[in-house]
Design a protein around this ligand. Structure first.
Ligand code: XBP
Ligand code: MG
Length: 228
């Protein structure tokens, strides 16, 4: 019997990357006097590296900046502050159908959990803003693990906190590293593709759908990416 559903956050619960994270990274570059601005397309490629701080460190190191790790840490702190502000005040909404799905699962006695590489500082704000009143039995963030997705540690830890085994749960993800993490933890994984992860291979997914609503399920072929 299904006992829990473990949701990824970015891209899965809400479209947060393009106007949320990406914009916050760019504001951090600006504040720290760095001449970088991540474009919409370019940022899609940068998402191959999970975790904002690692993403920054890799990018800075590639450009030959000294002390890339330390600089990434400082930038990421600023980025997280901007992103958290956006989650508090910005025009963020849950992906259509997610609140209803969560409510239905809870009614059916299925527990809900979250497993993300993102930082707890903002994850808690996002969950409160979008899913106020919905109980999560476990929330595992990038602060709680040493190895980020595609490593399965976040999912292993969520299962441990839920005190269940992988066959008792299903993961919901939107990206290839997320899917890899979930399947490596032994979970069945549903992929609900997001704006940055359409038309990608999702090996090992139980199903790949473009959205949560019945009309999305009826059309299993991902829609082409809308113009930005
Ligand atoms: C999303 C991420 C996150 C965000 C940035 O991956 O990789 O790192 O892009 O958040 P997933 P932080 O949806 O698979 O968890 O800056 O807080 O790391
Ligand atoms: Mg995601």
């Amino acid at each position: 019997r299904l006992r829990a559903v473990i949701f990824d956050v970015d891209g899965t619960l809400a479209e947060t990357e393009r106007d949320g994270h990406r914009r916050a990274f760019n504001l951090a570059f600006r504040d720290h006097g760095l001449p970088y601005e991540w474009g919409v397309e370019e940022y899609g490629e940068l998402l191959a590296v999970t975790g904002g701080r690692r993403r920054l460190a890799g990018y800075l190191a590639e450009r030959g900046l000294p002390h890339a790790d330390g600089l990434a840490q400082v930038l990421h702190r600023t980025k997280t502050a901007y992103y958290t502000d956006w989650l508090r005040d910005g025009p963020i909404v849950a992906r259509p159908g997610v609140p209803e799905l969560m409510a239905g699962l809870r009614e059916g006695g299925v527990r809900l959990a979250v497993a993300t590489t993102g930082r707890r500082q903002w994850v808690s704000v996002l969950l409160e803003r979008l899913f106020h009143g919905i109980a999560f039995a476990a929330t595992v963030t990038g602060d709680d693990v040493t190895r980020l997705k595609p490593h399965p540690e976040v999912y292993d830890r969520a299962l441990r906190e839920l005190r269940i085994e992988a066959p008792d749960a299903v993961a919901v993800e939107d990206s290839p590293p997320g899917l890899a993490a979930a399947t490596a933890a032994g979970l069945t994984c549903l992929v609900v593709t997001s704006a940055y992860h359409r038309d990608m291979p999702f090996p090992g997914a139980a199903a790949v759908v473009p959205g949560y609503l019945a009309r999305d399920m009826a059309d299993p072929h991902p829609h082409p990416r809308p113009p930005d």
